[in-house]
Design a binder for this molecule. Structure first.
Ligand code: NAD
Length: 353
């Protein structure tokens, strides 16, 4: 297993070092694991002037999987757009053709009270959002800000090709087959032609998956249903921008973005694995960050890239046990419970593992 590790900025190095301890433990168990480190985001800008330097591109191109912390920070907000840390993320996704983003939103029973919704609405929640990651308005051309008729206008292009929709549809139907066989596709076909095509193609691909029950929902309704009755969903598939927003909303149902991993895959299951949260500059360097999302990202890596279901389960079970023992970082602690730091939470998971 050749794994490239890109810790990034803010809390990235702290959380990634706990996750790489997991990989070291697996190595000690006899797995052949090679780890190589590289830079992305703000730290790469500081070192090379670019958020996704060529040397990082070479490293990740040769790896089987990439583990990433997070990028960004207020010190980079005034940089020209092409040098912003977030550009590094868009660049690596595009360069590796990682078109499918899988984001589970699960609520561990022990954390049901951490959600801002009533426990009966969220307890036992287990949904998967499949977001298209390399197309849509985030990449569409033309784009820009220019002066027209004496005033500035800003514009972007929402665009999807048939083949882009087909390939994400297949990933989503296959994910549904492995779960409860329900797929809900989210669009805005009443207003946007681009998403009318999305709905048509999803319907067409759906003919190949008669065992999956397919439904469609407009994005505004989906945003509402996710807080009204989130357990009605099994797998949701949607485009890049709607997926960006809905997956953050779904993650908040679970009470902490510090708990949720993600996978971004190409055609061959090469993947980029990262927690869904950002670089949390407000708590960086203070040993306060929750490392579990990043550790669970290693579990997803074992499942999706290396086909090691048993190892994935072992890591997930270790996290469950630690939570069942009442161990908490600050973001998931309820009043009166003792609080562990980032390193101590890493110690606890490793001890169980
Ligand atoms: P954020 O996710 O970094 O933080 C939001 C809130 O959640 C903060 O209060 C933070 O302290 C808390 N938080 C996040 N991760 C946590 C963890 N593991 N444990 C405990 N608490 C945690 O989002 P933001 O504040 O909007 O963005 C901060 C920076 O991160 C920005 O520069 C943004 O562009 C960048 N960002 C990067 C990514 C990424 O690398 N994938 C994603 C989102 C935002």
């Amino acid at each position: 297993m050749n794994i490239a590790i890109l810790p990034g900025d803010g809390i990235g190095p702290e959380i990634v070092s706990q996750a790489s301890r997991l990989l070291d433990a697996l190595k000690a168990d006899g797995f052949k694991i090679e780890l190589e480190y590289g830079s992305i985001g703000g730290c790469a800008v500081d070192a090379t002037g670019e958020p996704y330097p060529e040397v990082t591109h070479q490293l990740v191109s040769q790896a089987d999987a990439v583990l990433l912390g997070a990028v960004g920070g207020p010190q980079y907000d005034a940089l020209p757009r092409a040098q912003r840390p977030e550009k590094g993320l868009l660049a690596i996704r595009k360069a590796l053709n990682l078109f499918a983003n899988l984001r589970p939103a699960m609520l561990y029973p022990e954390l049901a009270t951490a959600s801002s919704l009533k426990p009966e609405i969220v307890a036992g929640l287990d949904i998967m959002i499949v977001r298209e990651l390399t197309g849509d308005i985030y990449f569409g051309e033309p784009r820009g800000i220019e002066t027209r008729n004496g005033q500035r206008v800003g514009f972007n292009t929402m665009i999807y090709s048939e083949s882009e929709i087909q390939r994400i549809a297949h990933i989503a139907f296959q994910a549904a087959l492995k779960r409860n066989r329900k797929l809900c596709s989210v669009d805005k076909m009443n207003v946007l032609e681009c998403t009318q095509l999305w709905r048509d193609i999803i319907e067409e691909v759906g003919q190949e998956y008669p065992d999956v029950s397919l439904s469609h929902m407009l994005v505004d309704n989906a945003a509402m249903q996710l807080v009204r009755d989130p357990k009605q969903f099994d797998v949701i598939v949607t485009g890049n921008m709607f997926g960006d927003i809905l997956s953050d909303e779904a993650s908040m149902l679970t009470g902490s973005i510090g708990m949720l991993p993600s996978a971004s895959l190409d055609h061959n299951n090469k993947g980029l694995y990262e927690p869904i949260h950002g670089s949390a500059p407000d708590i960086a360097g203070k040993n306060l960050a929750n490392p579990l999302a990043t550790m669970l990202s290693v579990a997803m890596m074992m499942r999706y890239t290396f086909n090691q279901e048993e190892v994935a389960k072992r890591i997930e079970d270790a996290v469950k046990k630690v939570l069942a023992q009442g161990l908490r970082t600050r973001d998931i602690a309820s009043e009166g419970t003792p609080i562990l730091g980032t390193c101590e939470m890493g110690d606890a998971v490793l001890a169980v593992l």
